[in-house]
Write a protein that binds this ligand. Structure first.
Ligand code: VG1
Ligand code: CO
Length: 541
């Protein structure tokens, strides 16, 4: 039976960098999820449409899926394709949206944020191209959530999502599908599985840490079953509602067990980790960490070694705070390099228009035109494909890359839980002073340019303002300041630091020491301590 329930607008349902992300208890609160889902359907339209639905398995994923299905049916949707147990990694959802030519998809995830009743939950909408909704759409959802007065929902029993099969809910068909198979098949079309299989057969050892999040079943099927990696290669492979208490953010801080193993004696040849919803990746060689910006550059330089990319690159794109390492590869190849604001949604138009093949962000995100999301396991497979063909170690490949292109020393410093008002004041003061900075010297570095990054989409002509403050100290050396759009507590200040070195000496420094002057200058310029009280970051990547 269909019910229409009166509701009142809920303030603050404003999607950030990557969907609407809030504390789980807020999402579980009275009409909260329902308000947002109705606003979403009101904006994109549900009548007669087909959607994909799945999530990263975190706490409330299963309940939210049932609510969304009942609301989709009551709003007149024709069909929903759901991952078994309401599980889908973000890249797998993107693929299913495209493969089935659907009208979009709803992904339940707060990505790398911890899960559980006292942690975070999230909902994002992806468009028919498989990519995150652009700003115009998320703004419209937010506006709708501020005026909504009712929502529609079916009163019905839970749908059995535990097995593949079809169900009917009112006039809507529900197809429960294996979350892994189609995605794994796609990977087989892109990479040389025979070469990677031979690599493992010859004794190559890998450790994949799925961090008790969504990639476990995908990684087991692909690495252990299809590629013959030793059983047990994938650890923390069971998706758990609270991610086993882990913080499924694949970086050296939160994936410290993996880092320890890879830096220790008897380390495997290759290590990787992924995040809550499977779109991020961290890659580690034996005894060597690969920064995401360097990983993007190495992947771009070698992508032609994978069968799905043998035609080479059309172009590359990176988010503005990501290091310029990939730009040097693009320049060498004579292809275009685009610089976009933070967040995967800005890559969609460039990919759809065929201007770029590979994209990446400094925040452990890499992907290509095979889907419209970043894709953690894809990046790991591309690395494996390159290692299998070049028959060199990760450290040899990196060393050769730096020799050829020089090295963009890079680090991101995060200051978490900062008072939001103070953070806003800091940015206001910084923006005010931007024009006066060029020519001034801080910690021995002279500012050459300073601006507030604005992006003009070359495909649809839309523009996005205030996407991060850049202070440039000459060729390849800079500090970037941004506030996070994915946090759920206070403000998170992100400080991105970069310094280019041409070598041949100076390619093997520790990044924090190579960046010491940039760090000092960045603190002075924004008076981080004065505004936030912080002298050192909480997380360094
Ligand atoms: C962070 C990252 C950004 C990424 C976003 C979503 O955003 O910095 O690069 O696109 O998370 O990633 P912010 O606004 O907190 O800096 V995920 O894995 O949540 O989809
Ligand atoms: Co993610």
């Amino acid at each position: 039976m269909k019910s229409t329930i009166s509701t009142s607008p809920i303030a603050g349902q404003k999607p950030g960098t990557s969907g609407l992300r809030k504390k789980t208890r807020i999402f579980m609160g009275h009409h909260y999820l329902e308000n947002f889902i109705q606003s979403l359907f009101d904006v994109v339209g549900a009548e007669g449409k087909t959607f994909v639905l799945g999530g990263d398995g975190r706490y409330f994923n299963d309940r939210a899926a049932q609510v969304i299905l009942r609301m989709a049916a009551a709003n007149g949707a024709a069909r929903v394709i759901v991952g078994q147990n309401a599980i889908l990694s973000t890249p797998a959802a993107s693929h299913l949206i495209r493969l089935n030519k659907t009208d979009g998809g709803i992904i339940m995830s707060a990505s790398h944020n911890p899960g559980g009743p006292d942690e975070d939950f999230g909902v994002k909408f992806n468009m028919p191209n498989g990519g995150p909704a652009p700003e115009a759409v998320t703004e419209a959802m937010f506006a709708r959530s501020c005026e909504i007065s009712e929502y529609h929902i079916f009163e019905a029993e839970d749908v059995d999502l535990s097995r593949p099969g079809s169900h009917q809910l009112g006039g809507m068909r529900i197809d429960v599908t294996d979350p892994v198979a189609d995605y794994a098949d796609l990977m087989e079309t892109l990479f040389d599985f025979n070469a990677i299989r031979a690599l493992f057969k010859a004794g190559f050892r890998m450790r994949m840490d799925s961090m008790c999040a969504v990639t476990g079943p995908y990684a087991r099927e692909i690495f252990e079953t299809r590629l013959g990696a030793a059983p047990g290669t994938v650890i923390n492979a069971e998706p758990l509602p609270d991610f086993g208490g882990m913080h499924p953010d694949p970086n050296p801080t939160w994936a410290s067990d993996l880092m320890e193993e890879m830096m220790g004696e008897n380390a495997p040849d290759f290590g990787a980790a992924s995040d809550g919803d499977g779109d991020r990746n961290m890659v580690v060689g034996r005894g060597i960490y690969v920064s995401p910006s360097d990983s993007l550059a190495v992947l771009a330089a070698n992508i032609h070694l994978a069968p799905g990319y043998k035609a080479g690159l059309k172009g590359v794109a990176r988010s503005m705070p990501t290091s310029g390492a990939v730009d040097r590869v693009a320049a060498g190849l004579g292809v275009g390099a685009y610089e976009t604001p933070t967040g995967w949604k800005f890559f969609g138009n460039l990919l759809d228009a065929g201007r770029v093949t590979i994209c990446g962000e400094e925040s452990f995100g890499t992907g290509s035109d095979h889907v419209r999301e970043k894709d953690g396991l894809w990046a790991v497979l591309l690395w494996l494909n390159i290692l299998a063909v070049r028959k060199e170690s990760v450290s040899e490949i990196l060393a050769a890359h730096f020799q050829k292109y020089g090295r963009n020393y890079y680090s991101r410093h995060d200051f978490e839980g900062v008072d939001s008002t103070r953070a806003d004041q800091m940015f206001a003061a910084l923006r005010e002073r931007l024009k006066t900075l060029p020519g001034q010297t801080f910690a021995g570095l002279t500012v050459s340019e300073a601006d507030d990054f604005a992006y003009h989409d070359p495909v649809d002509g839309s523009s996005s303002q205030k996407q991060g403050v850049r202070v440039i100290f000459g060729e390849g050396t800079r500090a970037v300041y941004r506030l996070s759009g994915t946090g759920t507590e206070g403000a998170t200040l992100r400080l991105y630091l970069e310094a280019y070195s041409q070598g041949p000496d100076g390619l093997n420094e520790d990044p924090q020491s190579a960046l010491a002057d940039v760090i000092k200058a960045a603190h002075k310029i924004a008076d981080i301590q004065g505004f936030t009280g912080r002298t050192s970051p909480d997380v360094i990547t």
